[in-house]
Design a binder for this molecule. Structure first.
Ligand code: BJW
Length: 227
């Protein structure tokens, strides 16, 4: 059996990582969409760096740890003899910390930085700003950006995701509002015989596409479903 899992911000919410589309949806008065675009970064790099620096600090806080849903997925993967792929839209590293091995981070990773000039990707835990020197070429400054996928940019690993979706016998979407594409379209790329399960606190625009929708907290419902 081929298994494809898609996770979103809801799976990390109980670990203390804020979701995107909550009650007011603002970050210090800015619409999320206004700090997560290449245009925003061009217009005001200091603001965008600040946004990601704060989120990096939050992620590195010792209080932020994988929860029971992350752990259940890691244990499920370890017990599989079948094809398995975990695609996450999250830029946190909580799946990997929980022990998941096959993780495709389609919207990038907060603990990595990328040089806009050379395309090199570096592990990154410090603050970034417009004068941060390139790690291996200190004569170059200010070319590093967070290794994340903003609106209007191409998500990572799309070919592998499309192939996994078209072959999956079981697809489970967990903690995603299903409003951001192409992730929200994955469920429609699965074959008709694929069993499709949604685990989320709330209904989503995709709920009718699934064979079963489980409403509740990921930390409770994911371990319960996978056991
Ligand atoms: C719980 C819970 C608990 C809470 N337990 N559940 C018009 C129509 C269609 C598409 C477009 C359009 N106009 C523009 C587009 C394209 C655009 C898009 O989709 N825009 C929409 C907003 C309309 N997409 C793009 O630009 C993408 N690129 C692209 O399309 O390239 C072109 C292309 C692609 C493919 C083929 C050909 C061309 C790029 C999208 C990049 C998204 N990037 C972000 C930021 C990443 C970096 C960062 O983190 O800062 O990714 S945006 C943000 O949203 C982040 C997330 O990964 C993503 C999805 O959010 P998610 O994970 O669903 O979180 P929430 O907060 O929305 O939902 C949480 C859910 O959990 C809720 O439902 C809660 O109920 C639930 N929940 N607690 C269980 N305890």
């Amino acid at each position: 059996m081929k298994i494809l899992i898609l996770t979103g911000a809801g799976i990390s919410a109980e670990s203390g990582v804020p979701t995107f589309r909550n009650a007011n949806g603002l970050w210090e008065g800015h619409r999320f969409e206004d700090v997560a675009t290449p245009q925003a970064f061009q217009r005001n790099p200091a603001l965008v760096h600040d946004f990601y620096n704060q989120r990096r600090h939050c992620l590195l806080d010792a209080k932020i740890q994988p929860n029971a849903a992350h752990r259940a997925l890691a244990e499920f993967e370890a017990a599989q003899r079948d094809d398995f792929l975990l695609v996450t839209q999250n830029i946190d590293d909580l799946h990997t910390r929980a022990g998941s091995k096959l993780v495709l981070a389609m919207h990038g990773e907060l603990l990595k930085a990328r040089c806009v000039r050379t395309g090199e990707i570096f592990p990154w835990r410090d603050d970034l700003d417009q004068s941060t020197p390139h790690p291996t070429r200190p004569e170059i400054r200010g070319t590093l950006r967070p290794h994340v996928v903003w609106f209007g940019e191409m998500p990572l690993g799309l070919e592998q995701i499309q192939e996994a979706a078209s072959q999956a016998d079981l697809f489970i979407a967990i903690g995603t509002s299903a409003v951001v594409y192409p992730a929200a379209g994955i469920v429609r790329q699965t074959k008709p015989s694929c069993r499709k399960i949604e685990i989320n606190l709330d209904d989503t625009p995709n709920s009718s596409e699934f064979d079963k929708s489980i409403r509740g907290k990921a930390s409770i419902e994911v371990p319960a479903f996978l056991k």
